[in-house]
Design a protein around this ligand. Structure first.
Ligand code: ADP
Ligand code: MG
Length: 464
């Protein structure tokens, strides 16, 4: 299609949209009279005015707009709205080979469960995620070549899924015919169990289907692999699939909430496969990154980006570890301001976030950071007038054994940590030692008033 024809099509479709919407909603999108930027591989590219209108177009109006196309042509053509930066990336990558048109671009999901909203362009880069980001791009550019698998790990809500999906989007942007498959490990597991649970006559067919689904691909993105811990049969299946794909130079990307060495209940041969590529971690987002993410997010929430710095600082310093919560907090402040029809000020933000922050404090009380365990050890040691190094030493005197047992008991009771892990917090003691210590304290507490009082006092000191 010639560029003039694309422009004519755009103008007609936008005038249909104008008729379908009320005047304010239509004008807020600033789509009328726009010049289209490019026609490539069946997409007509249009650059939106700003991130706010772009996010509204893509979220609410894209399927409507693309729906109007069939009034004018039977060709498979779709509009794609994007930011100036995204358009520049496409222009820089001019030599894209002709490919078939993606059918469901008007939906949030692209083929292979790829969520179109998670891209490299809208991933904000800072110190804590730079390494992971760099290698994710390299992997997307050279799939199956350098790092297989790419293993990304880190805590909850810090961008693992986003980065993984960005790899998928990048590859589809390069070549829409690439077979990229994103799957949560849980879904893989359910899928496999489902295939195995068929009647004898159906089973082989279902297992073959299962194999085809996962083997006939170019890139496999597996999210939250830790779910496979303890699931031996599924692990075996995944091991076979892993080797099948890697042997054929098909790229695998894995995310996990911890490094592979800490995957208790994962077969050693799988763990060593995970280590054979490249492991990158995303650590807790630093303040600067949190602020940058908030600033970027504001642009998609409103066309007026006048959030005072003290409000941004307040949000960024209240929500420190989870970017999903950080973004949620910002949205809440926005809604609160609209709802109450008052401007965004520090007072308003504090009011809007009071319950969230309180809930977070409670959650932190039970958080499982190693600092928390150390805190228990130091409070108990101080209570009994010994040092933490005594507590974790080999000394066996009763003066030291009792506080040691109480500390183990409290860590188990409050955080339900595996016995083995608790043992490691006490100089690498065996898990059976920890089990007997916990049982002893639990039993003694039933009858020993002095011990009950001590444990109560310690809990008070721990604010529990
Ligand atoms: P995880 O998989 O690590 O639990 P997600 O990838 O689901 O976390 O991220 C949680 C939310 O935070 C998502 O909405 C994601 O887009 C956003 N997010 C995380 N990291 C970034 C980043 N660096 N830039 C922009 N958004 C981010
Ligand atoms: Mg995730």
């Amino acid at each position: 299609m010639k560029i003039e024809e694309c422009q004519a099509l755009y103008d007609k479709v936008i005038s249909d949209l104008k008729k379908a919407l009320d005047q304010d909603s239509f004008e807020a999108l600033s789509l009328e009279g726009k010049k289209i930027s490019k026609f490539l591989n069946g997409y007509i590219y249009v650059v939106a005015d700003d991130e706010y209108s772009l996010s509204r177009i893509n979220k609410f109006y894209l399927s409507l707009i693309n729906g109007f196309i069939k009034n004018y042509t039977s060709d498979t053509i779709l509009f794609k709205f994007l930011s100036k930066d995204e358009m520049q990336t496409i222009i820089n990558r001019e030599e894209v080979t002709p490919v078939s048109v993606e059918k469901n671009l008007d939906e949030k999901y692209r083929p292979g469960n790829i969520d179109a909203t998670y891209t490299f362009t809208n991933f904000v880069v800072g110190k804590s995620n730079k390494f992971a980001y760099t290698y994710a791009i390299q992997t997307a550019e050279n799939p199956g070549k350098h790092f297989n698998p790419l293993y990304i790990f880190g805590g909850v809500g810090i961008g693992k899924t986003h980065l993984m999906q960005a790899i998928g989007n990048y590859m589809l942007d390069q070549d829409i015919n690439k077979k990229v498959l994103y799957i949560e490990a849980k879904e893989f597991c359910d899928d496999y169990i489902h295939a195995c649970n068929q009647s004898q006559s159906e089973k082989q067919k279902k297992i073959d289907e299962f194999h085809n689904r996962y083997r006939d691909i170019d890139v496999l993105l597996v999210d939250d692999i830790q779910i496979l811990c303890g699931k031996d049969k599924t692990q075996e299946e995944f091991f076979t699939l892993f080797n099948f794909l890697v042997d054929r130079n098909k790229q695998i990307v894995i995310t996990c909430d911890r490094p592979s060495v800490s995957l208790d209940g994962m077969a050693d041969r799988l763990k060593s496969r995970f280590d054979q590529g490249l492991t990158v971690d995303i650590s807790q987002p630093e303040l600067e990154l949190r602020l940058d993410i908030l600033k970027k997010k504001i642009k998609t929430l409103s066309n007026k980006s006048d959030v005072p710095d003290d409000v941004l600082n307040y949000i960024a310093s209240s929500f420190t570890s989870n970017i999903r919560e950080l973004e949620g907090a910002l949205k809440r402040v926005f809604f609160y301001s609209v709802f109450n029809n008052s401007p965004i000020t520090l007072e308003l933000a504090k009011e809007a976030l009071a319950t969230l922050i309180k809930a977070q404090k409670n959650a932190n009380k039970y958080s499982t950071s190693s600092q928390t365990y150390e805190n228990i050890q130091s409070v108990v040691s101080a209570y009994y007038g010994i040092t933490v190094s005594d507590l974790i030493s080999n000394k066996r005197s009763a003066k030291i054994a009792l506080p040691r047992h109480i500390s183990m008991y409290l860590i188990k009771e409050l955080y339900d940590l595996p016995y083995k892990k608790i043992g490691s917090l006490f100089g690498g003691r065996d898990h059976t030692t920890v089990i007997s210590a916990c049982e002893k304290i639990e039993n003694d507490l039933k009858t020993n008033n002095e011990l009950q009082m001590a444990v109560d006092n310690i809990k008070k000191k721990l604010n529990i």
